[in-house]
Write a protein that binds this ligand. Sequence first.
Ligand code: NAD
Length: 257
Amino acid sequence: MKRLENRICVVTGAARGIGAAICEAFLAEGAQVIATDCNETALHDFAQKQGCSAMRLDVGCEDDWNAFATQYPEIDVLVNNAGFEQGMVAHDPEHASLADWHAVHRVNLDGTFLGCRYAIGAMRNRPSGSIINISSRSGMVGIPAAAAYAASKAAIRNHSKTVALYCAQQGYNIRCNSIHPAAILTPMWEPMLGSGPERAANMAALVADTPAKRFGSPAEVAALAVMLASDEAAYMTGTELTIDGGLLAGSAAVPGS
Ligand SMILES: NC(=O)c1ccc[n+]([C@@H]2O[C@H](COP(=O)([O-])OP(=O)(O)OC[C@H]3O[C@@H](n4cnc5c(N)ncnc54)[C@H](O)[C@@H]3O)[C@@H](O)[C@H]2O)c1
């Protein structure tokens, strides 16, 4: 028996990167997957290739979630994965505009809030449910150049615990956990890497402080999502799993050297 057989699993931001890898891993474990993304063209290309269901969903849009709930009133697993970092726009705490701050929170935090709210209703009458929120290493430490991103990811970390406790209090068999990746090689990094001879040096520089000295792969994050979605994690709720090549285990600063 595969680990996710007979489970209806929804993934947001699924057209590429970590979300796409999670869909692939869920499908390999026998799940019925509904891939969602706001990029309709990329989503349908992906879903066609994988042979899974797909529905356009902008996670920051309440009407989209309502339409999704009408189409899929009951599910077993939701991965709130969609997120973005505001690319090259400066959003340090001194110069960020309020509009940039809100734009990041709309996707990362409002999207996760709306997703959790939908999932609680859609999982309440199922035998069990698992909500998996993709936060970040950036939700655990300050990031001077990405104030909104870091704050939104920290809020996701906390909201996951609130959802976990609320569901337990209500007697719902719904678990909620967060995953905190760092430096996972997805298209999100491409603008920083380049495609010329500088690429290898840029990659090495970006993981210089990572103890494992390499990027992680989307499939490595997907393996954690499979575990949290499955019955193997039946006793895990309100917890946070880091997947960061050891980055958060210590500090790059070496005292006395
Ligand atoms: N890649 C990393 O190193 C890394 C590290 C830490 C956390 N994360 C988190 O993992 C998640 C996935 O990251 P990724 O690297 O695969 O990103 P990505 O940019 O490669 O893919 C993100 C996907 O989300 C979709 N998306 C963006 N805004 C959306 C919206 N409003 N509604 C629905 N879909 C939307 C995009 O169309 C895209 O398909 C994000 O939440 C990100 O913050 C990534």
